[in-house]
Design a protein around this ligand. Structure first.
Ligand SMILES: [Zn+2]
Length: 270
């Protein structure tokens, strides 16, 4: 009888998969991440230096203090001591926020037109902190590498075709598979960041119902006169998103009730 045999490539491939399999915090989702965490933080730190060089700090000491205060509390609750957390509030009409790998979080002060209190700000900051601790940037870079490897394989497969048709195929493939650091996250990443973020804000002592308040208000575009299209383009606020948050509320409330210090809805802005 013939024994099943693994080829060297198969063994190497398996080793890469085992080494690169990373469990997402709170959700337990298994992902393949081939980028070393230190490399992600370096890329994040470089991009952060660019952001700080380009963007203007907010003119409001109230908003910069709120971002620093809530950011520190949420980062403490996330309990990831290897991260070099930095939280900055920039001046912009945009109602937006984003994170860079390794723990650099930017909040544009335009988002405060939708914020009623510290707890709602904690919901947004905790969502961004969750993208960082869940290493969604690394997961996307890994997907991009797989896509490049796919393109390479496709090039080999197409080597007998005419040069012209090969070019067309590769262009089409490249066009649908470009992945950048600041492109919108997938729905999978968005729901994961919401769920993880909900636990972080609750452990930081902010009432988790504020996350539902914020997203409901935000999805209706209430509370401000400015454009919400920027944040919505990267954070679609649909019925499923809000339903998912509500589904995880009981667990978040249990975390909140165990929190060492409870702020409720925290400082009220208006
Ligand atoms: Zn997000």
């Amino acid at each position: 009888m013939k024994q099943p045999r693994l080829s060297l490539a198969g063994i190497l491939g398996l080793a890469v998969l085992l080494a690169g399999c990373v469990t997402e915090p709170e959700t337990g989702r298994q992902r393949l991440i081939l980028t070393p965490a230190a490399m992600e933080s370096n890329l994040g730190a470089q991009a952060w230096a660019d952001v700080r060089g380009t963007e203007k700090a907010t003119a409001s000491s109230k908003w910069s203090a709120a971002v620093a205060r809530v950011g520190r509390n949420v980062a403490d609750a996330a309990n990831e001591p290897t991260y070099q957390w930095e939280f900055e509030c920039f001046a912009s009409e945009q109602a937006n926020a984003f994170c860079l790998p390794g723990g650099k979080i930017a909040v544009y002060d335009g988002i405060f037109q939708y914020m009623a209190n510290d707890a709602e700000l904690a919901a947004v900051i905790a969502h961004e902190v969750a993208h960082a601790t869940a290493r969604h940037g690394g997961e996307r870079m890994t997907q991009a590498m797989a896509v490049s490897a796919g393109a390479l394989a496709l090039g080999v497969a197409l080597k007998d075709q005419t040069a012209e048709s090969r070019e067309t195929w590769l262009l089409a493939y490249g066009g649908i598979s470009t992945v950048g650091l600041l492109l919108p996250y997938s729905r999978v990443h968005e729901y994961a960041a919401d769920r993880i973020g909900l636990m972080y804000m609750a452990r930081a002592g902010y009432h988790p119902e504020a996350a539902v308040h914020f997203w409901e208000k935000f999805s209706e575009g209430k509370g401000g006169g400015g454009s919400i299209s920027d944040f919505l383009s990267t954070h679609p606020a649909d019925a499923k998103r809000i339903a998912e948050l509500k589904r995880h509320l009981p667990q978040a409330m249990a975390e909140y009730n165990r929190a060492p210090k409870r702020h409720g809805f925290g400082e009220v802005y208006r």
